[in-house]
Write a protein that binds this ligand. Sequence first.
Ligand code: NAP
Length: 485
Amino acid sequence: MLTRTNRFLKEANLIGADWVGADSGATFDVFNPANGQRLGHVPNAGAVETRRAIEVAHECFQEWRRTTAAHRAGLMRKLHDVIMDNRQVLAELLTLEQGKPLAESLGEVGNSAAYILWYAEEARRVYGDTMPSPWADRKMMVVKEPVGVIAAITPWNFPSSMLARKIGPALATGCTAVVKPAEATPYSGLAWGLLAQEAGIPDGVINIVTGDPAPIGKELTGNPLVRKITFTGSTRTGKILLKQAAGTVKKVSMELGGNAPFIVFDDADVEAAVSGAMLAKFRNSGQTCVCTNRFYAQSKIYDKFVERLAEEAAKLTVGNGLDDGTVQGPVINEMQLGKIEELVADAEKKGGKILTGGKRHTLGGTFYEPTVIANAKPRMRFSKEEIFGPVAPVYRFKDEADAIAMANDTDYGLACYFYTQNLGRAYRVMDGLKYGLVGVNEGMITAVEAPFGGFKESGLGKEGGHQGIDEYLDSKYVCIGGLGQ
Ligand code: NAP
């Protein structure tokens, strides 16, 4: 079996230099969402193992923080190379546990390597400040230092790259890390341990625990040795972690849920909008935080847009992500599939018209047909709830003000997209949209060079770009006096 020959398949946690099981010996199973087959099992650790990992990370921090930025950048470049040298096997592992098509997994692993390289470069540009002093005999400066041990919790939809965005800046700044990957996709997370070892990153800098999320999360947020918590996942879990982290006043970064609107104005290039829409909706079977949740098409082009979108969606080849030609894999599990079915049934009951798809795929398991629903209305549940599946509801709107108001009518504010060929409108709408990421005539805009992060209940802080590194640094003001005049 492919997994057994994949040398990145680790079935143990990494604490310091040791690959270990849970103290109790307990494990949990991991399944392939494409066929329900059990891939293996990993440790079901809890608070005690997590505390041990934190203590190791804290001890290791005392030395790691003193290494030079150039030294860490060198190790990170090696890490980048190890990832790229093993891109194919890492991508296969990712597809096996997550389900996405191999081409998307190759893209994600490449993206992980790109984040590590970006932060290797940024490591050497962590500048401080000096200020003109109000005192003739004193000098003033601001120096940056690593926050300390960071804790990272990540979701199953991008099990490799969501960790890259957190491990990258931690390594660059001289922080050490304890990370907890998602239960559904622990292998791509555990693989980071082996990658780090092969790149020569010192033991204890990166520690990985898998297991029961609530006790692990409580320890990570409650332990005073952890100075920062960085989380990617649902808004519901993010709020729990924020409350828990308040007890020890940690730095927090929260990359949470989305409800992305995608607006197509009458003056848009409709074919370009359809291409952008396909990327912004159906990538990773609609299971990304920046995936379009609501399409808005203006009255004059509405019919043309929905018809073309439905045509393109119907062409998508659904299947096992490892099979040639697959462009849409399964959704992650039965629970997620059930939620998609509920949302589609709710829309149909309230007048939604299914143009293509609308049901489980004949492949069975957790495969769902790419779906386009016309006549979407604000009263339908997906107007407020994240679909996280390959379902595209299309609403109709009258004018620019109407579109902006509908797009902003949500508690979320992560990504949004709009298509227009009118420059003035492009600026006005960009100004009006309350979102952290705005794609104008583009359906996929994430890049390591750009800051990623949401407004409102989509989160706090940024990942990527030069902004992403600040979250891992404390600023210290120093005043040196007694210098004479
Ligand atoms: P989730 O249920 O919140 O899980 C995310 C992570 O949190 C998993 O590792 C999970 O562990 C862990 N977790 C769950 N309950 C916890 C608790 N009480 N204490 C500590 N950790 C806990 O989210 P998901 O369903 O995996 O991921 C999908 C969500 O992530 C969507 O809302 C999506 O929009 C969001 N997301 C956001 C971004 C972004 O950058 N803004 C990127 C990707 C995804 P288990 O797996 O063990 O349950």
